[in-house]
Design a protein around this ligand. Sequence first.
Ligand code: ADP
Ligand code: NG1
Length: 479
Amino acid sequence: MPGTLEPYHSGESKVQPRTRSLSWREALPVLHDRLLKLKEMFTSKFGSLPKFYVRAPGRVNIIGEHIDYCGYSVLPMAIEQDILIAVEPVKTHTLHLANTNPLYPDFSTSASNIQIDKTKPLWHNYFLCGFKGIQEHFGLSKLTGMNCLVDGTIPPSSGLSSSSALVCCAGLVTLTVLGMNLSKVELAEICAKSEHYIGTEGGGMDQSISFLAEEGTAKLIEFNPLRTTDVKLPSGAVFVIANSCVEMNKAATSHFNIRVMECRLAAKLLAKYKNLQWDGILRLEEVQTKLGVSLEEMLLVIEDALHSEPYSPEEICRYLGISLEDLQTQILSPNTQDGESAGMLIFKLYQRAKHVYSEAARVLQFKKICEEAPDNTIQLLGELMNQSHMSCRDMYECSCPELDQLVDTCRKFGAQGSRLTGAGWGGCTVSIVPADKLPSFLANVHEAYYQRSDGSLAPNKQSLFATKPGGGALVFLEA
Ligand code: ADP
Ligand code: NG1
């Protein structure tokens, strides 16, 4: 399994594949059982049958952290864990959302008056991001209503992209209800943009892999324009995800957006230093492209242009020749402005730029090693992953003590490389482990990290697991 894939919409694009559908009886056995349960729950909740189901996967980013929003390529793969939604279109123009997890309460709203509260990242707001993105794309003011039951298996706030899987799933649900056509690339771009409604200013990695993933291969994802290239991972290696059990909700804190703003400011200062038109520049990649130099040369440019002491808002304003008000209103995002106006922010521009340019180079090296497959491939990939973690920890400061401890534990018990994955400040690690060491690795890491005597962790069977590249979002038709 799965069985034959049929094009979901007519007019299949030759250039960009569209989303596809399966009869749900053709789904993998494990998904089939979940679909059956979801159907039963849907019927008892709404008193009717779902008409179709949509699945969107989470992802693990193998390498390339915090660089998608700077314009640089990343290297993720989809995971088995996903968001699955059972859907019934209704004629009432009301959107009814329910969740199999009682932690996420029911929610209803008029489908033509979507309000997304940035100050409270409640679960239904992520659904509304996907819904609104599609609504706006087609310029529709009055959308049909629907009953939706959501079921998720991605650990939330753990760097495996549960939020984007929910946004993407909701986007595809809405597109399917409307009976409209979009390519996967278009869907990914719409959902990446619309997840910003929740307040976080991420890049497009998570939404791109959720739609464009294919079973059996990791993907190099490039931006502007969005495109993907298969990256065949070495057959002798297994990628293992381990959850530090520390949750970090991106939208509820300003950590994430502060990094986005630091990178934006670093790009502007570098551009100004190099006499480029700095005011239109938003991403570090634009500076490199405009200068026409290599990533390695950009690392030399930052040595000359930026200092390692943190920058105050006043120093940045002096350098760019702008007022504090301009900085606040034209460059910083809302939840970073607050900290700034309270005088709390300092910007580590040198460290952030150093991370970004070096991490972007590591992604390209990782892909090259996978392609050339030398004898010591696993060791070389592991070294790049270790360097990536160090850079995230020391230059980007997006790790935490638990993640550092978990990475050390994974390396101690046989991982050739281990690093935090996703936004960080908590969440998961990804490790590259030689296949023959997998059983002892899992047993030892489990004992050393999860069986703590102080009972401070709440691990479950989702906390430590080997993963393989999975497929992208799908629609399952009731059959
Ligand atoms: P991640 O790194 O997993 O994307 P975020 O902190 O950005 O984490 O988003 C997590 C939020 O996504 C949760 O707090 C919740 O609001 C929403 N979410 C995740 N999984 C589910 C689910 N199964 N059902 C409903 N909402 C979910
Ligand atoms: P997660 O791990 O889902 O919080 C976030 C961003 C990504 C990327 C990574 C860091 C969103 C939706 N996702 O991912 O775009 O920047 O952090 O590499 O903002």
